[in-house]
Design a protein. Structure first.
Ligand SMILES: Cc1ncc(COP(=O)(O)O)c(C=O)c1O
Length: 405
């Protein structure tokens, strides 16, 4: 697959002097087809789907149903009825956490390298409802510790109710063996919720093959519109879930003294939705469906190997995770120790047009636990990035480190 040719599809990459955009773990660039779909919604039929029966309404209803079906196919869900549109992965994870029924002492396991979106909802439930949130420590190199996980499951015993883990970490790009984790989780009679924000854009994710229960993901990290995320859940589980946003669309009917809930997914999509985003999601999924996701993953690893080679030779900084870039997907996250991460990120942009992320990437707990308040500088690649771009990043970074040391 010639990924360089695809750059022509992205308006920001067609600029005369496009930046080397390496902040894809935060949000990805959008191809023409997605921008066009948004434009078409606003210019040719900005109606309300699912309710109004006039032409605009019908067109939006049909387009959003088509997007839902495409998403279901992309993730190999059993039915489009299992796909819920949300604002982002954060809302999806909150819907799961606050939609379930909890009893005091129920154990929820996460790892020690979760994004706040998969930590804060559980901490909140611990504060407010008395669940017992426990953290499974990773190995020294941040990879998943299966023995520690099995021991934590055994220790929780019958109280284990949920395992909620990120498939790929935004801190370090490390992926964890979800299928095996799901099997162990189910053997202990618990459910597994996967934070797929960093996996669904970069690899094949098949919810049935993984045998998981919930998957939260960020459509805005999949070439889709900002303000769009998704939640997949096994239908019978969604059907038992309480919505965290009751209102229009969420009920079959209501009376002054009661209501009948709508079936999933409508029950979880209260209020007028981001229809432009839902329509354009279909265009984003069409775009990704035309790519070979195995090749996407390989391409990102190839780019990561190039940048990691230069970075690992520098003194004063350390790459988070295993030395082998093959285990870190497209993410090269660099512990800055005493060096000013934000200043260097600004310099990279101003001096060389290289855009990266600096700070704690919403994984404060990991940095706080290790006393790395300065955070890391993270370069994250996607299929449209080139070898020249990551070399430019690595060389400019090397100069910056030398200048600040
Ligand atoms: C691993 C992970 N989980 C959750 C999130 C939150 O995603 P969203 O911004 O769609 O809520 C992110 C965002 O960077 C992430 O990387």
């Amino acid at each position: 697959m010639n990924f360089s040719e695809l750059r022509e599809d992205f308006p920001t990459l067609r600029d005369d002097n496009p930046p080397a955009y390496l902040d894809n773990a935060c949000v990805t660039l959008k191809p023409d087809s997605v921008v066009d779909a948004i434009h078409e919604y606003y210019t040719k039929g900005p109606g309300c789907g699912g309710r109004s029966v006039h032409r605009y309404g019908t067109k939006v209803s049909q387009a959003t149903s088509a997007s839902r079906a495409k998403l279901a196919k992309f993730l190999n869900a059993e039915s489009h009825k299992e796909m819920v549109f949300t604002r982002n992965a954060t809302q999806s994870l909150n819907q799961v956490a606050h939609g379930m029924k909890w009893e005091k002492g129920d154990v929820v396991l996460t790892t020690d390298r979760e994004h706040n979106s998969n930590l804060v909802p559980w901490l909140q439930l611990e504060q407010e409802q008395g669940i017992d949130h426990r953290v499974v420590a990773s190995r020294q190199d941040n990879t998943f510790d299966m023995e520690a996980f099995e021991a934590a499951c055994a220790d929780a015993g019958d109280n284990l109710k949920m395992v909620s883990v990120s498939h790929v970490g935004n801190l370090d790009g490390i992926s964890i063996p979800i299928k095996e984790i799901a099997k162990i989780t189910h053997d202990h009679g618990a459910l597994i919720c996967v934070d797929g924000a960093q996996s669904t854009p970069h690899m094949n994710v098949d919810v049935q093959a993984l045998d998981i229960d919930f998957l939260a993901f960020s459509i805005h990290k999949m070439c889709g519109p900002s303000g769009m995320g998704g939640l997949w859940g096994r239908y019978e589980l969604l059907d038992e879930l309480r919505t965290i946003q009751g209102g229009g669309q969420t009920v079959q009917t209501s009376h002054y003294d009661g209501l009948e809930w709508a079936a999933p997914p409508a029950r979880f999509e209260g209020g007028l939705g981001h229809f432009a985003g839902m329509v354009a999601t279909g265009a984003a999924i069409d775009y990704l469906s035309n790519l070979d996701m195995n090749q996407v993953k390989e391409h990102e690893i190839k780019l990561n190997r190039i940048m990691s080679k230069t970075v690992s030779g520098l003194s004063g900084v350390d790459i988070i995770g295993p030395e082998d870039a093959g285990q870190r997907g497209g993410i090269c996250s660099i512990l800055m120790n005493d060096l000013p991460a934000h200043d260097i990120a600004l310099l990279l942009d101003e001096a060389a047009g290289v855009m990266v992320r600096s700070g704690q990437h919403c994984v404060h707990s990991w940095f706080n636990n290790r006393g790395h308040e300065n955070g890391s500088l993270r370069a994250s690649a996607y299929f449209y990035n080139t070898e020249e771009e990551v070399k430019l990043f690595a060389d400019t970074f090397e100069e910056a480190v030398q200048a600040f040391s």
